[in-house]
Design a protein around this ligand. Sequence first.
Ligand code: HEM
Ligand SMILES: *[C@@H]1O[C@H](CO)[C@@H](O)[C@H](O)[C@H]1NC(C)=O
Ligand SMILES: *[C@@H]1O[C@H](CO)[C@@H](O)[C@H](O)[C@H]1NC(C)=O
Ligand SMILES: *[C@@H]1O[C@H](CO)[C@@H](O)[C@H](O)[C@H]1NC(C)=O
Ligand SMILES: *[C@@H]1O[C@H](CO)[C@@H](O)[C@H](O)[C@H]1NC(C)=O
Ligand SMILES: *[C@@H]1O[C@H](CO)[C@@H](O)[C@H](O)[C@H]1NC(C)=O
Ligand SMILES: *[C@@H]1O[C@H](CO)[C@@H](O)[C@H](O)[C@H]1NC(C)=O
Ligand SMILES: *[C@@H]1O[C@H](CO)[C@@H](O)[C@H](O)[C@H]1NC(C)=O
Ligand SMILES: *[C@@H]1O[C@H](CO)[C@@H](O)[C@H](O)[C@H]1NC(C)=O
Ligand SMILES: CC(=O)N[C@H]1CO[C@H](CO)[C@@H](O)[C@@H]1O
Length: 359
Amino acid sequence: MQMRTCVSLWLMLLLAPSLMFLLVSPIADGTDLPPPVAGLSYGFYSTSCPKAESTVKQIMKSFLTPNVSQAAGVIRLFFHDCFVQGCDGSVLINDTQGEQPSIPNQTLRASALAIVEQIKAKLESICPNKVSCADVLALAAREAIRRAKGSHFEIPTGRRDGLNFANSTTVLRNLPAPSFNSSQLLSSFSSKGLNATDLVALSGAHTVGLAHCSSFSNRLRPTVDPRLNTTFAESLIQTCPNSSINVAVNMDIVTPNKFDNKYYSNIVNGEVLFDSDATLLDDNRTQATVKKFAANDHDFHHQFTISFIKMSMIEVLTGNQGNIRKVCAILNSKTTSTATTIDSYVATELDTPSSYATM
Ligand code: HEM
Ligand SMILES: *[C@@H]1O[C@H](CO)[C@@H](O)[C@H](O)[C@H]1NC(C)=O
Ligand SMILES: *[C@@H]1O[C@H](CO)[C@@H](O)[C@H](O)[C@H]1NC(C)=O
Ligand SMILES: *[C@@H]1O[C@H](CO)[C@@H](O)[C@H](O)[C@H]1NC(C)=O
Ligand SMILES: *[C@@H]1O[C@H](CO)[C@@H](O)[C@H](O)[C@H]1NC(C)=O
Ligand SMILES: *[C@@H]1O[C@H](CO)[C@@H](O)[C@H](O)[C@H]1NC(C)=O
Ligand SMILES: *[C@@H]1O[C@H](CO)[C@@H](O)[C@H](O)[C@H]1NC(C)=O
Ligand SMILES: *[C@@H]1O[C@H](CO)[C@@H](O)[C@H](O)[C@H]1NC(C)=O
Ligand SMILES: *[C@@H]1O[C@H](CO)[C@@H](O)[C@H](O)[C@H]1NC(C)=O
Ligand SMILES: CC(=O)N[C@H]1CO[C@H](CO)[C@@H](O)[C@@H]1O
């Protein structure tokens, strides 16, 4: 008896730091996480670049500690990467023929691209040609979720970079639009191997970040969508008085920068921006899950973790497929120019925040 108390006390002491962590940050227990697909593994870089994950963590910390609002841009970038020709880092390529000029992508944040490029540049300096841009983005998105007080979890790595980008037609065909109804969303997600539960859980990312008037003005004019709370609709109409005004508004009006389950109570209250958000309550294939997450923050984080890992493995390139890009924005075949060009490219994208130096 005494022995057992002693052992449990000792165990408590040993576990205290991680228990404390459990209290502040929801963690999936790991028992029901999706297994990595062939070619990916947890800690893929543990021998080839042991500091890969800690470097991503430190740089994300340096960017997000002063202002966590940048987290949303990185999270969305990863969603767009995975839904268009798999999580292969191709969304990062800056090319006028590529994914970036397409319509959904016009609202991707340049600052998010720059953050990823900064991390990649650091990793190239400590272990050249080892860590793919696709993995940098996956790890950065994972950190962004954690920094915004979402769940904290391990993510499989080993993704390789795509040798080319998709054209804008392909981008449009693969990304769901904010005007989509539940059937369209379910079929879009199902084409990526994600089901109704994943759709509801992943849509919960709209608990952080911004949307522009152009993305939801169809619900204000010519008639106001009856699913909108009238007070909320009035304020949106004031913010977006006409089509020439395209300002950005918070997607979660309750806790705009916190990765929590408020998105789901907002759906129930008629206070979400897109058709694609509101529709999740209309359909009996998704409604119960919306209500469950609205009522239980832990259930949301737990399922989000699982669904996010599933999303992170969509059509990944592994092994000898693809390559490891030197600069995320430029295909290796086009980086034959001098190193100076690459350096200036990385440097001009974003000024180093003051805290970056302290990492
Ligand atoms: C279900 C289908 C989805 C649709 C139709 C959709 C559509 C959109 C649209 C239109 C915006 C606003 C763009 C703007 O006006 O600036 C947006 C923002 C955002 N989306 Fe989604 N999205 C979906 C799913 C997802 C998923 C699965 C994730 C990530 C797991 C995600 C993460 C985000 C984030 C974080 C933002 C804020 C970006 C920022 O602040 O820069 N979305 N989404
Ligand atoms: C954080 O950054 C956003 C733009 O990304 C800006 O609108 C906001 O004012 C900033 N907040 C603080 C506290 O600096
Ligand atoms: C992408 O490349 C164009 C020139 O090709 C440049 O003007 C633009 O600033 C680049 N965008 C980013 C985000 O670096
Ligand atoms: C875009 O790419 C798809 C898939 O590779 C291809 O079938 C289509 O012809 C391309 N469209 C244009 C306009 O280049
Ligand atoms: C969803 O939209 C599609 C395409 O516009 C339409 O055919 C379908 O009937 C709609 N489904 C529902 C449930 O509204
Ligand atoms: C969705 O897939 C997960 C496994 O990834 C499964 O546990 C869950 O029951 C599925 N949900 C639906 C609604 O089919
Ligand atoms: C709409 O939102 C306002 C402000 O939050 C609230 O007072 C009102 O009760 C809501 N209306 C409905 C019908 O829920
Ligand atoms: C749009 O609204 C703004 C602000 O109310 C106003 O200054 C502008 O003239 C309007 N533009 C059009 C085309 O109606
Ligand atoms: C969902 O609604 C459809 C159409 O209203 C109905 O046919 C179906 O039986 C319902 N399914 C469930 C599980 O309630
Ligand atoms: C972030 C980013 O690169 N966005 C690009 C999306 O496409 C438009 C139109 O080509 C570009 O101007 C943006 O730079």
